[in-house]
Design a protein around this ligand. Sequence first.
Ligand code: ATP
Ligand code: MG
Length: 333
Amino acid sequence: MIKRILTGDRPTGPLHLGHFVGSLQNRVRLQDEYDTYVLIADVQALTDNFEHPEKLEANILEVALDYLAVGLDPEKVRIVVQSMVPELTELTIYFMNLVTVATLERNPTVKEEIKQRNFVKGVPVGFWSYPISQAADIAIFKADLVPVGEDQLPMIEQTREIVRRFNRLYGKVLIEPRAMLGAVARLPGTDGGAKMSKSVGNCICLGDPPEQVRKRVMSMFTDPKRIHPTDPGTVEGNPVFTYHDVFNPDQAEVEDLKERYRKGTVGDVEVKQRLFEALDSFLSPIRERREQLAANPKRVYEIIMEGTRTGRALAQSTMADVRHAMKIAYKFA
Ligand code: ATP
Ligand code: MG
């Protein structure tokens, strides 16, 4: 049987370079081999944006445009809107019985994100327990493989535990998925932070105009100990060079820049200018395609609705199996 992929993104903003190297690239590469479902996770996005639900609708289109612009083919890939598959909510509730409070409290990614988000009125239960609903997302589509960035590894581990527990208790209905990391497991932010992230605003987005990209690159965090272009600088862990390694195909140029940086014979401006050029050639075709697609949103919505219909049918079929296995497929009539 053909294997399946499920992965997704929160519609909290347009997608960025981190998404590309962390997950999108693998989705595009594997779309011929795998039956691929991509979830636009608006319900999960609400868990920390419930005060601004108006953000979601516009960003669903933005995310779908990014998918198509990087080369996900709607003939092969189903784009599914999470809130339009209410079966996910039901499975989440059943899964809640299979997870302890202590396990949720230990989740390192959620802990980190809670710190970042600084919830003033305390942590909403919805946010704190999102690993459970994410497990339902993956399980309902019976995914074998989940291409994600490193921050999502605890979620996949949690999903595997829930699936094992479900199958042991009720019978083997669900599939234990595997995570697949991208070429870069975690792309740092332009601010030098550990992860480029929509909610932090340290991103270069796939559809950003060249001037915006230039601005972000020129103000990028580099080696804080280096004051003058003649000071020897550190390349390791310096995000400008991390980006060069990933996005500049001219490796000889990158090696030359690194050597001169270490010796103190090149300025930050030149290193950044070269990075801007490399990024601009990488982003130009994506941006162009994105603009063409954005001119016809009706077509994009058709793709989303078609994908969501197929996705929901699959979810309904899994739920029939789930209810049967749990002995709650009552036939009272
Ligand atoms: P938010 O800040 O709203 O959580 P995000 O930028 O973290 O947004 P998500 O929608 O949460 O993006 O993540 C979607 C997918 O992209 C996940 O698989 C995640 O691991 C991956 N991803 C996001 N940012 C990066 C990054 N900087 N490096 C590698 N992968 C990433
Ligand atoms: Mg995230």
